[in-house]
Write a protein that binds this ligand. Sequence first.
Ligand SMILES: Cc1cc2nc3c(=O)[nH]c(=O)nc-3n(C[C@H](O)[C@H](O)[C@H](O)COP(=O)(O)OP(=O)(O)OC[C@H]3O[C@@H](n4cnc5c(N)ncnc54)[C@H](O)[C@@H]3O)c2cc1C
Length: 465
Amino acid sequence: MTSKKRIVVLGGGISGVTIALRLQELGFQAEICEAEDHIGGLAGTVRPDGGKYCLDFGPHFFITQKEEIVDRITDLVADDVVSFQRSAQLHVQGRFLDYPLSAKNVMLNFPPVDAIASVATFLWAQLMQSVQRTLGSDVPQSHFGEWAAANFGSHLAKVFFRPYTEGFWKLPCEQLSPEILPTSTRLNFMKSLRMMLLRKVSGQAQSLTERELVLPLRYPTRGYGMIAEEIAERVLNMGGVIRRNAKVSEVQARADGGYVVAANQNGQAVELETDYVVSTIPTPDLVDMMFPAAPASVRQSAKKLGYLALIVLYAVTSKRDLLDTSYVYYLGRPYHRLAEMDKFCDTLCPPGENMLAVEFSCHHGDDLWKMSGQELFELSLPHLEQDGILSRKHATKLFLLRAAHAYPIRYYGFREHLDNVLEYVQAQPNLNVLGRTGEYRYIDSDQCMERAFALAEQIADTLQT
Ligand SMILES: Cc1cc2nc3c(=O)[nH]c(=O)nc-3n(C[C@H](O)[C@H](O)[C@H](O)COP(=O)(O)OP(=O)(O)OC[C@H]3O[C@@H](n4cnc5c(N)ncnc54)[C@H](O)[C@@H]3O)c2cc1C
C-alpha cells in the first residue's frame, strides 16, 4: 500500500501512539499532537532529578491474554521487563482483606456481628430478587447505592460498598451508576458468595480478576511509560510525527470531508490539514472543539460527562518492606491506595532507595487537587505512622504527579448522555474516538492497544475506498 493520506491523532497516550504506529505500518502518514511534555498519558512515566526516579501515574502493570499484544510488547521491551505475581490487599476497619473483596473474607475476617448481618441480608436480597423474577417484575435499574444493597445485601452495602465507593469517587452513591464497578469485581464477589452460600459451584472460566491473580504481570524496568515511549520511537523511525507540548484547541471540518486541527505548540499556533482525525483526548473537550459546533443537545450531554482526577505523591525512603503486598487499597484514609514501588521493580530509583506511592482521587480544582506535595504528605503522615508504614524521618524526598482525567465518571444516568455524544461524534465523516479517555470507557492499556489496532484497520478501509 502506498497511500500517504494523513491522519492526525489527538493525544499521545498509549492509544494515540499505538494507532499512530499501526497507521504508519499500513502506509499512512500519522501525526500526534500531545499537550504534555511526556508521551504515554496515564500510562506514561515522568523521570525527575535527571532521570534518577521513574514515576508512573499510579503504579501500572501489563497483563493481557491477547497474543498479538503480548508479541508486540515482547518485541518492544523484551529485555527490560520483569514479571511478578500480583498481590493486593484491602484495608478495612483495621483488618487486611483480599482485594477484590471475597465472600471468604467477609465471613472469616469481618467482626462476627457484621459477618452474620452480611450473610443474612445477602440471602434476603437474593430471595427478594428471585421472588421478583418469579413474579415477572423487572428489578429496576437504580443508582449504585440501591444496586449494591439489592445485589450484596443492605449490611455489606452499608459497611463496605457505600463508604468505599463514596470515599473513592468523592460523590454520593445516589449520583453514581452501578457501572462504576468493573464487571470482574462484581463477578468475583458474587461467584464466591454463591459458591459458599448457595453451593452453586460451577466449572465456568475464571474471571479477569481471578486470572490476574495467577498470571505473571509484566513491568518495564524504567517505568510503565517505557512501553508507550518505545512505540513512539517506532512511530518516529517509520516517518511519523510527534508534537509534544501541542495542545489541540479546534477541530474544523473541511467541505471535502477532511479537517483542519488547530493547536498551540510551545506558545506557537499551528494548523494541521488532515484526511482523518482520531481523538483520544477527553470526549467533552472534543465536542467543545468541533467546528461547526455540535448541536446544543450534544453539547449539553457532553457537559454531563466528567472525569475523576488522580494525584500521586511519591515519598522516597531508604526503608524496605513498607507493605506486605505490592499495593493496598484503603477505606477511611485521605488516600485510597498505597503501593511500594520496590515490589514492582527495584530499578525505579537509585540503589538503596525505595518509593511509597500514595494515591488520592479527587475532582479537578478541588482542595485536594490544589495541595502541594508537602501538604499531602502532612495529611497522610498520621495514618502512615499509625499503620507503621513510614515516619517523617524516613521520607527523604517527595514528588507529585497530577492527572486531571484519570477515571471516566459513570454518573447515574450517564449512558443516555454518552450515547448521545458518541452517536454524534461517530456520525461525522473521517473522525473517530479511541481509548479510555476518548471513548469514556473504563479500560486498561492492553484493551486500548487492541482497540487501536482494530480502529487502524477500519480507517484503512475507509480511506482506501
Ligand atoms: C491509577 C491508574 C492505574 C492503572 N493501572 C493500570 C494497569 O495496571 N494496567 C493497565 O493496563 N492499565 C492501567 N490503567 C489504565 C491505563 O492507564 C489506561 O487505560 C490508558 O493509559 C489510557 O490510555 P489512553 O491513551 O486511552 O488515554 P490517556 O492516557 O488519557 O491519553 C490521552 C492523552 O491526550 C492528551 N491530551 C488531553 N487533552 C489534549 C489536548 N487538548 N491536546 C492534545 N493532547 C491532549 C493527554 O495529555 C494524554 O496524554 C490505570 C489507570 C489509572 C488511572
